[in-house]
Ligand binder design. Structure first.
Ligand code: PGA
Length: 254
């Protein structure tokens, strides 16, 4: 059966020493308090990643990820970081297609399809983010938007490669706003995503795909969200910067 995952997305927060401090607290709390088979993932800035991988050695329930990777294997792309580099330091995951990357850095479904291919070719597991804006929700366009993000971003993959993905549904209107989707709204979309995966691949692939919810998730609302049958965990922004809050969310699956 599919894995339960709670992933933290630190975004551009915490300097190097602050990050090491928060992460040390997280691994100690996970070691002492997490009793289930769920996995905790921290997606840190690139600067922190190598040190966090070293700190996490021996803690099987904690993995690391990056927040972005370039679509090319290597080359003259000043300032960019490749999937191969991320893999080479021992990180396991990479967030792709976060709405902030789509909005502020012009990342399109077409570009994200290439980034997904390159990440998978380097044995990284993409956490592939999709979700509609408030305008798209109010115009009742959200099913179409989510479907096109899937079709254009990841449905070119064969089943074996698709099976390595984690999908994250993050309604843009819920990210960093304090407004979370209701558990019914989130479940409706998660069930839709799983149905689309079943139609494209198979029921088995769909049943084995971990689908995370993201957007103002916190220790208070996580239990109800994670109790929904098609919600397999969360992608946590603000609350992942506080070790106590993040680990309390991870513990929902104890
Ligand atoms: P938030 O961010 O939890 O702060 O809303 C979620 C995300 O952007 O991944």
């Amino acid at each position: 059966m599919r894995k339960k995952i709670v992933a933290g997305n630190w975004k551009m927060n915490l300097d190097y020493n602050e990050g090491l401090g928060v992460f040390s607290e997280i691994i100690n709390m996970v070691k002492d308090e997490v009793t289930g088979t769920q996995e905790a993932v921290i997606c840190s800035p690139f600067i922190h990643l190598h040190s966090l991988v070293q700190l996490a050695k021996g803690y099987s329930k904690v993995s690391l990820g990056a927040q972005n990777a370039h679509q090319a294997e290597s080359g003259a792309y000043t300032g960019e970081i490749s999937a191969k580099m991320i893999k080479s330091i021992g990180a396991a995951y990479v967030i792709l297609g976060h709405s902030e990357r789509r909005q502020y850095f012009g990342e399109t479904n077409e570009l994200l399809a290439k980034k997904t291919d390159t990440a998978l070719a380097n044995d990284l597991r993409p956490i592939f983010c999709i979700g509609e804006t408030l305008q798209e929700r109010e115009a009742n366009q959200y099913f179409n938007i989510i479907k096109s993000q899937l079709v254009e971003g990841v449905f070119h993959l064969d089943a074996a490669h698709f099976s390595k993905l984690v999908i994250a549904y993050e309604p843009v209107w819920a990210i960093g706003t304090g407004v979370t989707a209701s558990s019914e709204q989130a479940q409706e979309i998660h069930a839709f995503i799983r149905k689309e995966i079943a139609t494209k691949y198979s029921q088995e692939v769909a049943d084995n795909t971990t689908i995370l919810y993201g957007g103002s998730c916190n220790p208070k609302n996580a239990p109800e969200l994670f109790a929904q049958p098609d919600i397999d965990g969360g992608l946590i922004g603000g609350a992942s910067l506080k070790s106590r809050d993040f680990v309390d969310i991870v513990k929902v699956f104890n």
